[in-house]
Write a protein that binds this ligand. Structure first.
Ligand code: LLP
Length: 403
Protein backbone atom coordinates (compact mmCIF):
# COMPACT_ATOMS: atom_id res chain seq x y z
CA UNK A 1 0.00 0.00 0.00
CA UNK A 2 1.52 3.29 -1.06
CA UNK A 3 1.31 6.17 1.41
CA UNK A 4 0.27 9.68 0.40
CA UNK A 5 3.80 11.08 0.92
CA UNK A 6 5.21 8.62 -1.61
CA UNK A 7 2.38 9.27 -4.09
CA UNK A 8 3.05 13.01 -3.87
CA UNK A 9 6.71 12.41 -4.65
CA UNK A 10 5.74 10.26 -7.66
CA UNK A 11 4.16 13.39 -9.20
CA UNK A 12 7.64 14.69 -9.96
CA UNK A 13 8.95 11.52 -11.60
CA UNK A 14 8.77 10.66 -15.32
CA UNK A 15 6.46 7.74 -16.00
CA UNK A 16 6.42 4.85 -16.58
CA UNK A 17 8.84 3.47 -14.00
CA UNK A 18 9.26 0.42 -11.81
CA UNK A 19 9.00 1.35 -8.14
CA UNK A 20 10.68 -1.03 -5.68
CA UNK A 21 9.72 -1.01 -2.02
CA UNK A 22 13.11 -1.85 -0.53
CA UNK A 23 11.71 -2.31 2.95
CA UNK A 24 9.35 -5.05 1.71
CA UNK A 25 12.19 -6.62 -0.26
CA UNK A 26 14.30 -6.75 2.90
CA UNK A 27 11.49 -8.21 5.00
CA UNK A 28 10.80 -10.86 2.35
CA UNK A 29 14.44 -11.82 1.90
CA UNK A 30 14.95 -11.91 5.68
CA UNK A 31 11.92 -14.20 6.04
CA UNK A 32 13.41 -16.56 3.46
CA UNK A 33 16.75 -16.51 5.30
CA UNK A 34 15.16 -17.33 8.64
CA UNK A 35 12.78 -20.05 7.40
CA UNK A 36 15.27 -21.73 5.09
CA UNK A 37 17.71 -22.01 8.00
CA UNK A 38 14.96 -23.47 10.21
CA UNK A 39 14.10 -26.10 7.59
CA UNK A 40 17.69 -26.72 6.58
CA UNK A 41 17.28 -25.73 2.93
CA UNK A 42 19.82 -23.99 0.71
CA UNK A 43 18.44 -21.13 -1.36
CA UNK A 44 19.53 -20.16 -4.85
CA UNK A 45 17.61 -17.07 -5.95
CA UNK A 46 16.34 -17.38 -9.55
CA UNK A 47 17.97 -14.35 -11.18
CA UNK A 48 15.61 -14.45 -14.15
CA UNK A 49 12.77 -13.06 -11.99
CA UNK A 50 14.53 -9.75 -11.40
CA UNK A 51 18.15 -9.05 -12.24
CA UNK A 52 18.41 -5.49 -10.93
CA UNK A 53 21.91 -4.94 -9.50
CA UNK A 54 20.72 -3.44 -6.21
CA UNK A 55 18.23 -6.23 -5.66
CA UNK A 56 20.83 -8.88 -6.48
CA UNK A 57 23.31 -7.10 -4.22
CA UNK A 58 20.94 -7.32 -1.26
CA UNK A 59 20.03 -10.96 -1.91
CA UNK A 60 23.67 -12.00 -2.33
CA UNK A 61 24.61 -10.16 0.88
CA UNK A 62 22.37 -12.58 2.78
CA UNK A 63 24.54 -15.52 1.74
CA UNK A 64 22.14 -17.04 -0.81
CA UNK A 65 23.27 -18.63 -4.04
CA UNK A 66 22.02 -17.79 -7.55
CA UNK A 67 20.16 -19.88 -10.13
CA UNK A 68 20.97 -18.63 -13.64
CA UNK A 69 19.78 -19.54 -17.12
CA UNK A 70 22.21 -17.76 -19.41
CA UNK A 71 25.89 -16.91 -19.58
CA UNK A 72 25.09 -13.24 -19.04
CA UNK A 73 23.05 -14.05 -15.93
CA UNK A 74 25.99 -16.06 -14.56
CA UNK A 75 28.45 -13.19 -15.12
CA UNK A 76 26.00 -10.57 -13.80
CA UNK A 77 25.21 -12.59 -10.66
CA UNK A 78 28.93 -12.93 -10.03
CA UNK A 79 29.45 -9.18 -10.47
CA UNK A 80 26.58 -8.51 -8.04
CA UNK A 81 28.26 -10.44 -5.27
CA UNK A 82 27.23 -14.09 -5.62
CA UNK A 83 30.36 -16.23 -5.17
CA UNK A 84 31.05 -18.46 -8.19
CA UNK A 85 30.74 -21.58 -6.07
CA UNK A 86 27.16 -20.62 -5.20
CA UNK A 87 26.02 -20.14 -8.81
CA UNK A 88 24.14 -22.92 -10.59
CA UNK A 89 23.39 -22.75 -14.29
CA UNK A 90 20.31 -24.37 -15.87
CA UNK A 91 18.81 -23.97 -19.36
CA UNK A 92 18.11 -26.32 -22.25
CA UNK A 93 20.29 -24.54 -24.81
CA UNK A 94 23.60 -23.39 -23.35
CA UNK A 95 25.97 -22.23 -26.11
CA UNK A 96 29.63 -23.29 -26.21
CA UNK A 97 30.71 -19.79 -25.22
CA UNK A 98 28.30 -19.72 -22.28
CA UNK A 99 29.57 -23.12 -21.10
CA UNK A 100 33.17 -21.99 -21.52
CA UNK A 101 32.69 -18.77 -19.51
CA UNK A 102 30.83 -20.49 -16.67
CA UNK A 103 33.41 -23.28 -16.52
CA UNK A 104 36.29 -20.81 -16.31
CA UNK A 105 34.49 -18.94 -13.55
CA UNK A 106 34.26 -22.19 -11.57
CA UNK A 107 30.51 -22.25 -10.90
CA UNK A 108 28.93 -24.59 -8.36
CA UNK A 109 27.17 -26.72 -10.99
CA UNK A 110 25.80 -26.97 -14.49
CA UNK A 111 22.21 -28.18 -14.25
CA UNK A 112 22.24 -30.25 -17.44
CA UNK A 113 19.07 -30.82 -19.39
CA UNK A 114 20.03 -33.38 -22.05
CA UNK A 115 22.44 -36.26 -22.66
CA UNK A 116 24.06 -34.30 -25.46
CA UNK A 117 24.71 -31.36 -23.16
CA UNK A 118 26.47 -33.65 -20.65
CA UNK A 119 28.55 -35.09 -23.48
CA UNK A 120 29.56 -31.61 -24.72
CA UNK A 121 30.40 -30.33 -21.21
CA UNK A 122 32.55 -33.39 -20.58
CA UNK A 123 34.40 -32.86 -23.89
CA UNK A 124 34.97 -29.15 -23.17
CA UNK A 125 36.16 -29.85 -19.61
CA UNK A 126 38.59 -32.45 -20.98
CA UNK A 127 39.93 -29.94 -23.48
CA UNK A 128 40.57 -27.41 -20.66
CA UNK A 129 41.90 -30.14 -18.39
CA UNK A 130 39.18 -29.45 -15.83
CA UNK A 131 36.48 -31.38 -14.00
CA UNK A 132 33.06 -29.71 -14.15
CA UNK A 133 30.41 -30.19 -11.46
CA UNK A 134 27.17 -31.40 -12.98
CA UNK A 135 23.66 -31.79 -11.64
CA UNK A 136 21.11 -33.40 -13.91
CA UNK A 137 17.73 -31.83 -14.41
CA UNK A 138 15.05 -34.47 -14.43
CA UNK A 139 11.59 -34.14 -15.94
CA UNK A 140 9.45 -35.86 -13.27
CA UNK A 141 6.19 -35.67 -15.27
CA UNK A 142 4.24 -33.87 -12.54
CA UNK A 143 1.40 -31.43 -13.16
CA UNK A 144 2.02 -28.17 -11.25
CA UNK A 145 -1.59 -27.06 -11.86
CA UNK A 146 -0.58 -23.66 -13.15
CA UNK A 147 -0.65 -21.79 -16.48
CA UNK A 148 0.49 -24.00 -19.35
CA UNK A 149 3.20 -21.52 -20.39
CA UNK A 150 4.85 -21.81 -16.95
CA UNK A 151 4.41 -25.57 -16.54
CA UNK A 152 7.80 -27.20 -16.98
CA UNK A 153 7.68 -30.66 -15.42
CA UNK A 154 5.49 -32.61 -17.84
CA UNK A 155 6.82 -34.93 -20.53
CA UNK A 156 5.33 -32.61 -23.17
CA UNK A 157 7.70 -29.84 -21.95
CA UNK A 158 11.22 -29.37 -23.29
CA UNK A 159 12.88 -29.30 -19.86
CA UNK A 160 14.97 -31.98 -18.16
CA UNK A 161 15.71 -35.61 -18.94
CA UNK A 162 12.83 -38.09 -18.85
CA UNK A 163 12.65 -41.55 -17.36
CA UNK A 164 13.10 -43.45 -20.63
CA UNK A 165 16.68 -42.12 -20.80
CA UNK A 166 17.68 -42.81 -17.17
CA UNK A 167 19.73 -45.91 -17.94
CA UNK A 168 21.60 -44.26 -20.82
CA UNK A 169 22.16 -41.25 -18.54
CA UNK A 170 23.63 -43.34 -15.73
CA UNK A 171 25.95 -45.04 -18.20
CA UNK A 172 27.06 -41.69 -19.65
CA UNK A 173 27.74 -40.16 -16.23
CA UNK A 174 29.69 -43.25 -15.28
CA UNK A 175 32.08 -42.99 -18.18
CA UNK A 176 32.43 -39.18 -18.32
CA UNK A 177 35.80 -38.64 -16.65
CA UNK A 178 35.74 -34.83 -16.69
CA UNK A 179 32.42 -34.53 -14.97
CA UNK A 180 31.75 -34.70 -11.26
CA UNK A 181 28.11 -35.70 -10.75
CA UNK A 182 26.79 -33.89 -7.68
CA UNK A 183 23.03 -34.13 -7.76
CA UNK A 184 19.59 -34.03 -9.31
CA UNK A 185 17.60 -30.94 -10.21
CA UNK A 186 13.85 -30.48 -10.63
CA UNK A 187 11.61 -27.51 -11.37
CA UNK A 188 8.02 -28.30 -12.24
CA UNK A 189 6.54 -24.87 -12.81
CA UNK A 190 5.88 -21.38 -11.58
CA UNK A 191 3.07 -19.48 -9.76
CA UNK A 192 2.05 -22.67 -7.94
CA UNK A 193 -0.80 -21.92 -5.55
CA UNK A 194 -1.79 -25.43 -4.45
CA UNK A 195 1.44 -25.38 -2.51
CA UNK A 196 1.20 -28.20 0.05
CA UNK A 197 -0.45 -30.60 -2.44
CA UNK A 198 1.79 -30.01 -5.46
CA UNK A 199 5.11 -29.89 -3.59
CA UNK A 200 4.24 -32.98 -1.53
CA UNK A 201 3.63 -34.80 -4.80
CA UNK A 202 6.88 -33.49 -6.23
CA UNK A 203 8.81 -34.71 -3.15
CA UNK A 204 7.31 -38.21 -3.38
CA UNK A 205 8.35 -38.51 -7.01
CA UNK A 206 11.79 -37.02 -6.28
CA UNK A 207 12.33 -39.56 -3.48
CA UNK A 208 11.67 -42.41 -5.93
CA UNK A 209 13.99 -40.95 -8.57
CA UNK A 210 16.82 -40.24 -6.10
CA UNK A 211 16.58 -43.87 -4.84
CA UNK A 212 16.76 -45.17 -8.40
CA UNK A 213 19.96 -43.25 -9.11
CA UNK A 214 21.56 -44.26 -5.80
CA UNK A 215 20.65 -47.92 -6.32
CA UNK A 216 22.47 -47.65 -9.61
CA UNK A 217 25.66 -46.47 -7.96
CA UNK A 218 25.40 -42.68 -8.29
CA UNK A 219 25.70 -40.68 -5.09
CA UNK A 220 23.18 -37.84 -5.07
CA UNK A 221 24.77 -35.17 -2.87
CA UNK A 222 22.35 -32.37 -3.72
CA UNK A 223 18.63 -32.54 -4.31
CA UNK A 224 17.47 -29.32 -5.97
CA UNK A 225 13.69 -28.84 -6.05
CA UNK A 226 13.60 -25.62 -8.08
CA UNK A 227 11.23 -22.71 -7.46
CA UNK A 228 7.57 -22.13 -8.12
CA UNK A 229 5.94 -20.69 -4.99
CA UNK A 230 3.01 -18.54 -6.11
CA UNK A 231 2.18 -15.03 -4.94
CA UNK A 232 -1.18 -13.36 -4.28
CA UNK A 233 -1.82 -11.15 -7.32
CA UNK A 234 -5.39 -10.41 -6.13
CA UNK A 235 -4.45 -9.05 -2.73
CA UNK A 236 -0.83 -7.85 -2.61
CA UNK A 237 -1.48 -5.75 0.51
CA UNK A 238 -3.14 -8.65 2.35
CA UNK A 239 -0.33 -11.06 1.46
CA UNK A 240 2.83 -9.07 0.82
CA UNK A 241 5.08 -11.96 1.88
CA UNK A 242 4.25 -15.32 0.25
CA UNK A 243 3.73 -18.46 2.27
CA UNK A 244 7.34 -19.69 2.47
CA UNK A 245 6.55 -21.60 5.66
CA UNK A 246 4.08 -23.96 3.93
CA UNK A 247 6.46 -24.47 1.01
CA UNK A 248 9.57 -25.11 3.12
CA UNK A 249 7.85 -27.21 5.80
CA UNK A 250 6.21 -29.42 3.16
CA UNK A 251 9.62 -30.10 1.63
CA UNK A 252 11.25 -30.61 5.02
CA UNK A 253 8.58 -33.17 5.98
CA UNK A 254 8.27 -34.98 2.67
CA UNK A 255 11.75 -35.19 1.25
CA UNK A 256 13.73 -38.24 2.29
CA UNK A 257 17.28 -37.04 2.93
CA UNK A 258 20.32 -38.39 4.62
CA UNK A 259 22.36 -36.10 6.91
CA UNK A 260 24.99 -35.71 4.17
CA UNK A 261 22.47 -34.72 1.51
CA UNK A 262 21.71 -31.04 0.87
CA UNK A 263 18.29 -29.89 -0.31
CA UNK A 264 18.17 -26.77 -2.48
CA UNK A 265 15.31 -24.50 -3.56
CA UNK A 266 15.26 -21.79 -6.22
CA UNK A 267 12.65 -19.13 -5.45
CA UNK A 268 12.34 -16.32 -7.98
CA UNK A 269 8.90 -14.70 -8.16
CA UNK A 270 8.10 -15.21 -4.47
CA UNK A 271 11.12 -13.16 -3.37
CA UNK A 272 10.58 -10.11 -5.56
CA UNK A 273 7.08 -9.89 -7.09
CA UNK A 274 5.29 -7.99 -4.34
CA UNK A 275 7.96 -5.34 -3.76
CA UNK A 276 7.61 -4.05 -7.34
CA UNK A 277 4.92 -1.76 -8.77
CA UNK A 278 4.80 -0.40 -12.30
CA UNK A 279 3.82 3.26 -12.04
CA UNK A 280 2.17 4.84 -15.07
CA UNK A 281 -0.06 7.76 -16.02
CA UNK A 282 -3.34 8.04 -17.83
CA UNK A 283 -2.51 9.77 -21.10
CA UNK A 284 -6.02 9.83 -22.52
CA UNK A 285 -9.55 8.90 -21.52
CA UNK A 286 -11.63 7.78 -24.48
CA UNK A 287 -15.21 6.67 -24.71
CA UNK A 288 -15.58 3.86 -27.19
CA UNK A 289 -18.84 2.64 -28.73
CA UNK A 290 -19.49 0.18 -25.91
CA UNK A 291 -16.86 0.90 -23.29
CA UNK A 292 -14.59 3.49 -21.75
CA UNK A 293 -10.87 3.26 -22.31
CA UNK A 294 -8.15 4.49 -20.01
CA UNK A 295 -4.99 4.71 -22.11
CA UNK A 296 -1.82 4.53 -20.04
CA UNK A 297 1.74 5.44 -20.92
CA UNK A 298 2.92 1.96 -19.83
CA UNK A 299 2.36 -0.87 -22.26
CA UNK A 300 3.09 -4.49 -23.03
CA UNK A 301 6.65 -3.48 -23.84
CA UNK A 302 7.09 -2.59 -20.14
CA UNK A 303 5.29 -5.64 -18.75
CA UNK A 304 4.34 -8.45 -21.08
CA UNK A 305 2.65 -10.78 -18.58
CA UNK A 306 -0.99 -9.77 -19.30
CA UNK A 307 -0.49 -9.99 -23.09
CA UNK A 308 1.54 -13.20 -22.97
CA UNK A 309 -0.22 -15.22 -20.27
CA UNK A 310 -3.48 -13.31 -19.75
CA UNK A 311 -2.00 -12.60 -16.31
CA UNK A 312 -3.98 -10.57 -13.78
CA UNK A 313 -2.37 -7.58 -12.04
CA UNK A 314 -4.25 -5.39 -9.60
CA UNK A 315 -4.55 -1.83 -10.91
CA UNK A 316 -5.10 1.19 -8.66
CA UNK A 317 -5.64 4.85 -9.40
CA UNK A 318 -3.23 6.53 -6.97
CA UNK A 319 -4.24 10.11 -7.81
CA UNK A 320 -7.92 9.34 -7.14
CA UNK A 321 -6.93 8.10 -3.66
CA UNK A 322 -5.52 11.56 -2.98
CA UNK A 323 -8.63 13.49 -4.06
CA UNK A 324 -10.75 14.77 -1.18
CA UNK A 325 -13.94 13.33 -2.71
CA UNK A 326 -13.57 9.91 -4.18
CA UNK A 327 -16.44 10.36 -6.64
CA UNK A 328 -18.24 7.54 -8.36
CA UNK A 329 -16.74 4.43 -9.89
CA UNK A 330 -16.79 3.39 -13.50
CA UNK A 331 -15.81 0.33 -15.52
CA UNK A 332 -12.81 0.89 -17.77
CA UNK A 333 -10.81 -1.11 -20.23
CA UNK A 334 -7.31 -0.12 -19.20
CA UNK A 335 -4.92 -0.34 -22.13
CA UNK A 336 -1.38 0.57 -23.13
CA UNK A 337 -0.10 2.69 -26.03
CA UNK A 338 1.44 -0.15 -28.08
CA UNK A 339 0.01 -0.93 -31.50
CA UNK A 340 -1.33 -4.38 -30.62
CA UNK A 341 -4.84 -5.30 -29.53
CA UNK A 342 -3.36 -7.54 -26.85
CA UNK A 343 -1.87 -4.49 -25.12
CA UNK A 344 -4.55 -4.55 -22.44
CA UNK A 345 -3.92 -4.18 -18.70
CA UNK A 346 -7.40 -5.19 -17.68
CA UNK A 347 -10.89 -5.26 -19.21
CA UNK A 348 -13.93 -3.89 -17.41
CA UNK A 349 -12.02 -2.85 -14.30
CA UNK A 350 -14.01 -0.80 -11.82
CA UNK A 351 -12.05 2.31 -10.83
CA UNK A 352 -12.81 5.72 -9.35
CA UNK A 353 -13.56 8.28 -12.05
CA UNK A 354 -10.19 8.75 -13.71
CA UNK A 355 -8.78 11.68 -15.64
CA UNK A 356 -5.83 12.51 -17.85
CA UNK A 357 -2.64 12.69 -15.81
CA UNK A 358 -3.76 10.34 -13.02
CA UNK A 359 -1.03 8.17 -11.60
CA UNK A 360 -1.80 4.46 -11.88
CA UNK A 361 -0.21 1.57 -10.02
CA UNK A 362 0.09 -1.85 -11.64
CA UNK A 363 0.79 -4.07 -8.66
CA UNK A 364 2.92 -7.18 -8.01
CA UNK A 365 5.27 -6.48 -10.89
CA UNK A 366 8.65 -7.03 -9.23
CA UNK A 367 9.03 -10.48 -10.84
CA UNK A 368 9.17 -11.09 -14.60
CA UNK A 369 8.42 -7.40 -15.20
CA UNK A 370 11.48 -5.28 -15.88
CA UNK A 371 13.49 -8.35 -17.00
CA UNK A 372 10.99 -9.16 -19.76
CA UNK A 373 10.60 -5.57 -21.00
CA UNK A 374 11.40 -4.77 -24.61
CA UNK A 375 11.84 -1.69 -26.76
CA UNK A 376 8.98 -2.64 -29.09
CA UNK A 377 7.61 0.43 -30.91
CA UNK A 378 11.00 1.96 -29.98
CA UNK A 379 9.69 2.84 -26.54
CA UNK A 380 12.23 3.72 -23.85
CA UNK A 381 12.79 1.15 -21.12
CA UNK A 382 11.06 2.03 -17.85
CA UNK A 383 13.78 2.65 -15.23
CA UNK A 384 13.94 1.34 -11.65
CA UNK A 385 13.12 3.77 -8.84
CA UNK A 386 13.85 2.70 -5.27
CA UNK A 387 11.81 3.66 -2.21
CA UNK A 388 14.95 4.68 -0.33
CA UNK A 389 16.33 6.73 -3.24
CA UNK A 390 13.28 8.55 -4.55
CA UNK A 391 15.23 11.75 -5.01
CA UNK A 392 17.51 10.07 -7.56
CA UNK A 393 14.59 9.30 -9.89
CA UNK A 394 14.36 10.95 -13.34
CA UNK A 395 12.22 14.11 -13.18
CA UNK A 396 9.24 14.80 -15.43
CA UNK A 397 8.57 18.04 -17.23
CA UNK A 398 5.13 18.87 -15.89
CA UNK A 399 3.37 18.02 -19.18
CA UNK A 400 0.24 16.93 -17.43
CA UNK A 401 -0.05 20.07 -15.30
CA UNK A 402 -0.19 22.51 -18.22
CA UNK A 403 -3.43 21.21 -19.67
N1 LLP B 1 14.35 -22.61 -11.25
C1 LLP B 1 14.21 -22.84 -12.56
C2 LLP B 1 15.01 -23.89 -13.21
C3 LLP B 1 13.28 -22.09 -13.32
O1 LLP B 1 13.14 -22.32 -14.61
C4 LLP B 1 12.52 -21.07 -12.68
C5 LLP B 1 11.56 -20.26 -13.42
C6 LLP B 1 12.73 -20.86 -11.29
C7 LLP B 1 13.65 -21.65 -10.61
C8 LLP B 1 12.00 -19.80 -10.53
O2 LLP B 1 10.65 -20.04 -10.48
P1 LLP B 1 9.67 -19.09 -9.63
O3 LLP B 1 10.03 -19.27 -8.18
O4 LLP B 1 9.88 -17.69 -10.08
O5 LLP B 1 8.34 -19.59 -9.94
N2 LLP B 1 7.82 -15.45 -17.02
C9 LLP B 1 6.88 -16.28 -16.28
C10 LLP B 1 7.58 -17.18 -15.30
C11 LLP B 1 8.64 -18.07 -15.91
C12 LLP B 1 9.36 -18.95 -14.92
C13 LLP B 1 10.53 -19.61 -15.54
N3 LLP B 1 11.30 -20.43 -14.67
C14 LLP B 1 5.85 -15.37 -15.60
O6 LLP B 1 5.93 -14.17 -15.78
O7 LLP B 1 4.96 -15.86 -14.92
Amino acid sequence: MLDSGTIERFEKISTPFYYYDMDLLRRTVDTVAELSARHNLRVHYAVKANADSRILGYISSKGFGADCVSGNEVLHAYECGFPADKIVYAGVGKSDKEIHDAMKLGIEAFNCESLQEIFVINEMAREYDMVANVSVRINPDIDAHTHKYVTTGLYENKFGISQHEFDKLIELLDKSRNINFIGLHFHIGSQITRVAEVFALECERVNEIVSYFEQNGLKVKNINLGGGLGVDYDDPDGNPIPDFETWFSTIDRKIARRPDQAVHVEPGRSMVAQCGTLISRVVFVKSGETKNFLILDAGMNDLIRPALYGAYHRIENLSAQMRPFFGSHQAYDIVGPVCESSDVWGAGRLLPLSVRGDLMAIRSTGAYGQVMASRYNMKDLAPAVFSDRLDDAPRNNDYFKII
